[in-house]
Structures are given as C-alpha cells and as structure tokens.
Design a protein around this ligand. Structure first.
Ligand code: AHG
Ligand code: MN
Ligand code: MN
Length: 341
C-alpha cells in the first residue's frame, strides 16, 4: 500500500524547505482546508437542508447571491478570518476589504472566491472555492494598499477546493502543484495528485461559444485555427465547458487544454476577476508548466487597480496561449497569427 500523506503533513514538509519559516503559512493553508471541509459538507447536502436557491440579495458584482455563496463566505470569515494568521480578506462577495480584529490579526492577506460557479449550484454541477495568499509587506499593524493590490507574482500560495464527485484541495507554494482528495469518512485530505504536470497535448477547448456574437475578431481567428486541427484523420480537440471556472480549469489541468473567457461587447474588460480567480489559477498553471494571459500580458504581472479588477483570461497549454497572443497582435495589425505550433 502506498504511503499515505495528509495535507497537513505535505504543507509542513513544503514549509520545512524554508528554514526559518514560522509555520504560519502552513497553519493558514490548513485552516483554508478546514473551511473547505465545512463548505463541502453543506454543498453535498444542499438539496436536503433547504440551502439551495437564491438568497434574494445581490453582491458587489451585481450578481444574484445564492444561499450557498453566503454560507461559504461566512464559513471563510469565521474559520480563516479568525485563524490568527490573516490581517485582511478580499472576497468576491464583499465590496470592501474585510479588516480583521486586532485580536486575530496575522501576517497574511487572502483574496478568495468563496464559491465559484454559483450559477451551477442548484443543478449539482461541480463548483469550488479559489484562494490567493500574500504576505503583508508594510511595517506595523495597519493594512495598506501596498499589502492588498499586489501583482500575482507576489503570491506566496494559491489554490482551490473543488466540490465535485469528490472534494479535492489543490495548492501550490511555488514548489509544484499538488492535489488532495477529502476522505469524508474521517475528514482528512489525502495526497491523490502529487506534482501535477499539465499534459503537453492541448486536448480540450473550454469557452462559452454563446458569447460568439460579442467577441472581438481575434477570438474567431483563434478558435478557427484550433478547430482546423480536427480533420478526417483525427479529432484532436474536443469541447468541454461547464460554466464553473474552477471545474473547467481542474479538468484542463489534468487532461491538457485551453480555457478562455475573453473580453467581449458585454464585458469589455472581461468577466473574471484578477485577484481571486485569474491570479491564483495563473500561479497554479505556471507551476504545472502552462501559461495564462489577458491576451497581451502575463496574468501574474498585471497591476491590480482594485479588489474586483476584471480581466480577459486565456489559460492552459503554453503553445495555445501563445497562439492566442499572436491572434490578438494580428487583429491589432502587428504580425501574423499563423500558428507556428
Ligand atoms: P462566480 O460563480 O464566482 O460568479 O463565477 C462564475 C464565473 C466562472 O465560474 C465561469 O467560468 C463564468 O462565470 C461563467 O460565466 P458565463 O455564464 O457568462 O459563461
Ligand atoms: Mn468565480
Ligand atoms: Mn463566486
């Protein structure tokens, strides 16, 4: 029988690579895992305990909040917010940055999407929690903008918890990407996906094609080049799009694929948020051997304008991300998009 490794053991071993580390980041990640267990148990009972459906409120994004959105939000505030390791929380569900009471304040800032894929909650489709962790940089106790609006390259950790056929905790601290499956009978995350590497072949295309009428020209060029790979010899690319970013991303990470939510006439800046969707997944995909861009820039180098900064997102196999970049450049009159791939 393979040696069993728990999430806590793995995080501690990773932290031991950093002599002098206080262990606070390890403890913070473990607490995020605890929040994930609590959310997972509620997600898996949603149909039984009357927490499906809309909460009748809208969030800062102008999106209808689901009861599970609110429950996930409250769970993270209670568990992570009072862990003693964070000084501020930035949530998709809250316009303002959530400052932490002095009694519980720590050295880390956590940006998170408490429940990604909300539109799928009532239909038993996989959803998830996405998180991004920064270390406070300003001196003293006060939390400043310098601590909050940081480039993705400054993340010390990032990950997600996907609530699907099983609950899987995936994280990176810059030493590769590792996945842990929750054993609900004992409430422990067990290492199930060690050192995840993005497969070299791009097998999956994941995009909401019903946004086609709103897309910029480059998107049609890009998709046309990808679909041209399928011929009477072989279907090299298949379409899989769930509408939960975290689930589309997780499948592509394991299968090899490209996900895009480009800017369009309805969302000129893109729909997805930099701080708690694009950045954490970009950190993970780069650690697994892939890339992430907004069409021009590396996602991890984009300077956030505010907590809910939206960006176009193309994320997955590097060759296809580069092809997307060439299509954008060609559409703006710089060069040809002809794929070298
Ligand atoms: P959230 O549920 O956190 O608001 O995120 C939903 C996002 C993302 O999960 C998904 O890829 C995208 O919205 C789907 O948007 P469309 O329905 O416009 O395709
Ligand atoms: Mn989301
Ligand atoms: Mn969400």
């Amino acid at each position: 029988m393979d040696r069993l490794t728990t999430l806590t053991q793995h995080i501690r071993d990773a932290q031991l690579q950093h002599p002098g580390a206080s262990g606070e980041l390890s403890s913070l990640l473990t607490q995020i895992g605890v929040a994930g267990k609590l959310i997972s148990s509620k997600v898996n009972m949603a149909g039984l305990v009357k927490i499906r459906g809309s909460a009748g409120t809208t969030n800062i994004q102008g999106e209808v909040q689901h009861r599970l959105d609110q429950l996930a939000e409250q769970t993270i505030r209670d568990v992570v917010g009072r862990s003693g390791y964070v000084c501020a929380l930035m949530s998709e569900e809250e316009e303002e940055v959530i400052e932490i009471d002095e009694a519980y304040r720590g050295r880390y800032v956590v940006a998170y999407d408490p429940l990604d894929g909300s539109s799928n909650i009532d239909y038993n489709v996989s959803i998830g929690t996405i998180f991004s962790i920064f270390r406070k940089v300003s001196p003293g106790d006060e939390v400043t903008k310098a601590d909050l609006y940081r480039c993705g390259t400054e993340q010390v950790a990032a990950g997600y918890i996907i609530y699907g056929s099983s609950t899987v905790f995936v994280y990176t601290v810059g030493q590769g990407v590792h996945g842990f499956t929750l054993d609900p009978t004992v409430g422990e995350y067990i290492l199930s996906h060690e050192d995840i590497r993005l497969p070299s072949a791009c097998k999956v295309l994941s995009v909401n094609t019903c946004n086609g009428p709103y897309w910029s020209a480059w998107v049609h060029d890009f998709l046309g080049q990808l679909l041209a790979r399928n011929d009477d010899q072989k279907r090299r690319l298949t379409d899989r799009h769930i509408g939960s970013l975290v689930a589309d991303f997780h499948r592509n990470l394991l299968m090899g694929g490209i996900f895009l939510y480009p800017e369009d006439a309805r969302s000129p800046k893109g729909k997805l948020r930099l701080m708690y969707e694009a950045n954490p997944l970009a950190f993970i995909i780069e650690q697994a051997g892939g890339s992430a861009t907004n069409g021009r820039d590396r996602i991890l180098e984009i300077e956030p304008e505010w907590a809910h900064h939206r960006v176009p997102l193309v994320i997955g196999n590097s060759a296809e991300v580069e092809l997307a970049r060439r299509c954008v450049l060609a559409a703006s009159g710089n060069g040809s998009s002809e794929s070298e791939a």
